[in-house]
Design a protein. Structure first.
Length: 185
């Protein structure tokens, strides 16, 4: 009886700590930014997958597209295209080797690539990425932020923002080196 209560207490404590850690990464939005909800992403149709570079084609059944739209907008002008890698591995052997997946890309409504994310979205084998977008001009976000929840020893990190460059017509990141800790607001 004592042991079961002891384990129950540890389980509740662990759950609370896990919740506290994950909410500190993605539970707080940044003022003026929206959070991308991976549940609202949809599968990309076969014809659209064929428009992607050839290294994407073998993952066609696991490619999804996510619109980055303003709260009141009916449609998005900017999209994230990514491979749902956990879905890809769901029916594979536990011993299956981890593949080098193409990184998610940012595309416009004409499906032209206008940027690339530095991490797989929404999740790879242990880390989970969270995307925030804001600083709206002309109906699309001029800044995209990527924060990463990492339960390993190295801990959570984030990347410098992807900033829209009007001159070249794409999103650019000054450095792809992760910054460990929590992004300042």
């Amino acid at each position: 009886m004592f042991m079961s209560r002891h384990y129950g207490f540890i389980l509740v404590l662990f759950s609370a700590l896990s919740f506290a850690c994950t909410t500190s990464v993605h539970g707080e939005d940044y003022p003026g930014f929206l959070s991308l909800n991976s549940n609202k992403c949809s599968s990309l149709d076969k014809d659209a997958v064929l428009k992607l570079p050839t290294e994407w084609h073998k993952y066609g059944d696991f490619v999804k597209i996510c619109g980055l739209k303003a709260k009141k907008a009916k449609t998005a002008k900017i999209f994230i295209v990514s491979i749902w890698v956990l879905d890809y591995y769901k029916d594979k052997s536990p011993e299956a080797l981890w593949e080098k997946f193409p990184l998610p890309i940012i595309v416009n409504k004409d499906f032209k690539q206008i940027g690339q994310l530095p991490r797989i979205y929404p999740m790879d084998h242990v880390v989970e990425s969270f995307i925030y977008y804001g600083k709206w001009e002309s109906g699309f976000p001029h800044e995209i932020r990527v924060d990463v929840f990492n339960p390993t020893l190295t801990g959570n990190y984030y990347f410098r923002p992807l900033i829209w460059n009007n001159r070249v017509g794409s999103y650019e990141m000054k450095s792809e080196e992760p910054i460990y800790g929590k992004r300042p607001k």
